[in-house]
Design a protein around this ligand. Structure first.
Ligand code: NAI
Ligand code: MG
Length: 502
């Protein structure tokens, strides 16, 4: 099986504009100006559907990091930013949301060129999420209140707290939802009054570059938003050790999260980490399997499995096991795999040849260890980084395919006979990760009891997704802290207590 070689291109609105943007010369955005990297270096990015070169992008090095930090520190001393009224900050973010909304088709096409995802998904999920996140956080700018405190000790004092911006924030994002992730970090940071240095993933810098143009047009004070395109080991690492950075927020691998924690210790940077996951999906005996089957399938096959919260471990009560595995496999076999720009594509390529090979390595290793390859698993020839949706059965809890984040469309399906909720939860919780969990049941009591017992930052029952108002983050090795919601924006503030003798 090969991915369709001559894809039928959909009438993609603004595809020409997106291609023209990709072809431009891309610089760094520092202190309100577009500049080349100081060493003059650039790097190429590639279209995941074809392997063709897509863009040349400036490659930030250590001296560029110094320059961006200086610009951001300048903004945190600039009255135009630090004394800006919260309502004016809110207005800037609203205008950014409006600007994104008016270019939504171009951004969706650009995201598909860069990341490979079906353009429909970019248009219907990534873009609305980014726009919604800007609007949601713009609302918080005027609502970041401290409290007055009733003191418990002796003395006649008046005391209250202030929520103040934490300062210069380095934001390092991955390639699986490049724009949505970048905006999820930028929006609360700017709403809270911080200055930002964004480093997109080296694989997918284009929508961040396009977003920086909008930020420039809207007229944030210089240095409030800076964009460094470049590599993790160099630009990313330099940001995480820099003494002028007060906070690092990161989404990516647990391995790099661990490096960042260590690097941030130098000046005790505040750190928020959204790391890997191995989300369990539990289908209880009373579940509505007609809904649970497509739910379980799309939980792992959407975005070609490149979602930190992908439901990669499926636990099905034995009563439904055969039906669910057959149903999920049928969906897997029916998914149209192809370039994200083709109108009928339901699953695009994975991001890079490295990731494709890594995913196949996991599948091979799983089979060598005794797993049964129920569906998929074969290599897809031709150009592009395509991986078929894959279902493994007969895995054991110690196998790498069960324990490690594969970050591809690979599902391990297991059956259970137990009806004891503690034992079901214990099996689902048998992971170093704790990002998400999904339960399919019509038993209200079981749903709420499992929601309490599952060690995960997000528990979804019978569906439900991501929302800018809903805190998102992980237990255990899935991360530190939360993004989104009130907690998400408060993570960009320091609490200051003020006490005054009366
Ligand atoms: P990665 O964690 O290396 O890259 C994510 C971001 O971190 C990129 O912007 C990268 O430039 C930056 N980075 C890399 N090394 C850094 C360092 N030493 N200091 C500072 N920043 C650094 O992820 P990678 O290598 O692209 O993917 C490997 C695996 O990581 C995937 O297979 C997947 O399991 C996991 N991953 C998880 C994501 C999630 O959403 N939880 C997103 C991306 C990857
Ligand atoms: Mg890496």
């Amino acid at each position: 099986m090969t991915a369709s070689a001559t894809p039928k291109l959909a009438e993609i609105p603004s595809l020409d504009a997106a291609r023209a943007f990709a072809a431009q010369r891309h610089q760094l955005y520092v202190g309100g100006s577009w500049v080349d990297a100081l060493e003059g270096e650039t790097f190429a990015t590639h279209d995941p559907a074809t392997g063709d070169k897509l863009a040349d992008v400036a490659k930030a090095g250590e001296r560029d990091v110094d320059r961006a930090v200086e610009a951001a520190r300048g903004a945190m001393n600039d009255p135009a930013w630090i004394d800006m009224k919260p309502a004016a900050r809110a207005r800037l973010l609203e205008r950014l949301a409006d600007a994104l909304e008016s270019s939504v088709d171009e951004f969706a096409a650009l995201e598909t060129l860069d990341n490979g995802k079906p353009v429909r998904d970019a248009r219907n999920f990534d873009l609305p999420h980014a726009i919604g996140t800007l609007r949601y956080n713009s609302g918080w700018a005027t609502k970041l209140n401290g409290e007055t405190i009733s003191l418990s000790g002796p003395g006649t004092w008046h005391a209250y707290t202030l929520k103040q911006p934490v300062g210069v924030v380095a934001q390092i994002v991955p390639w699986n939802a490049p724009l949505a992730m970048a905006v999820s970090k930028i929006a609360p940071a700017l709403a809270a009054g911080c200055a930002v240095i964004l480093k997109p993933a080296e694989e997918t810098p284009l929508t961040a570059l396009r977003l920086a143009r909008l930020i420039e047009e809207i007229g944030f004070p210089p240095g409030v938003f800076n964009l460094l395109t470049g590599f993790g080991e160099t630009a990313g690492a330099a940001l995480t050790t820099h003494p002028g950075v007060e906070k690092v927020t990161f989404t990516g691998s647990t391995e790099v999260g661990r490096l960042i924690l260590r690097a941030a210790g130098g000046n005790f940077k505040r750190v928020t980490l959204e790391l890997g996951g191995k989300t369990p999906v539990i289908i209880m005996p009373d579940a509505d399997v007609t809904k649970a089957i497509p739910g379980a399938a799309m939980s792992i096959f959407a975005n070609a499995g490149q979602i930190c919260n992908a439901g990669s471990r499926l636990f099905v009560h034995e009563r439904h096991f055969d039906e669910v595995v057959e149903g999920v496999s049928k969906i897997a076999q029916g998914l149209k795999i192809g370039p994200g720009l083709a109108s009928d594509t339901q699953m695009g390529p994975v991001i890079s040849p490295t990731q494709r090979d890594r995913i196949h390595g996991y599948i091979r290793h799983g089979v060598e260890e005794g797993a049964n390859l129920h569906t998929g698993g074969h290599e897809i020839g031709g150009a592009g980084n395509f991986v078929p949706p894959t279902v493994l059965t007969r895995t054991t809890a110690d196998m790498a395919v069960r324990r490690e984040e594969i970050f591809g469309p690979v599902l391990c399906a297991m059956s259970f006979s137990d009806e004891d909720l503690d034992r079901i939860a214990a099996e689902a919780n048998d992971s170093d990760y704790g990002l998400g969990a999904v339960v399919w049941t019509n038993n209200l009591s079981a749903a709420h009891q499992l929601a309490r017992k599952l060690k995960a930052g997000t528990v979804r029952v019978n569906g439900g997704g991501l929302d800018p108002a809903l805190p998102f983050g992980g237990f255990k090795q899935s991360g530190w802290g939360r993004e989104n919601g009130r907690e998400g924006i408060e993570a960009y503030t320091e609490t200051k207590a003020v006490a005054m003798a009366l």
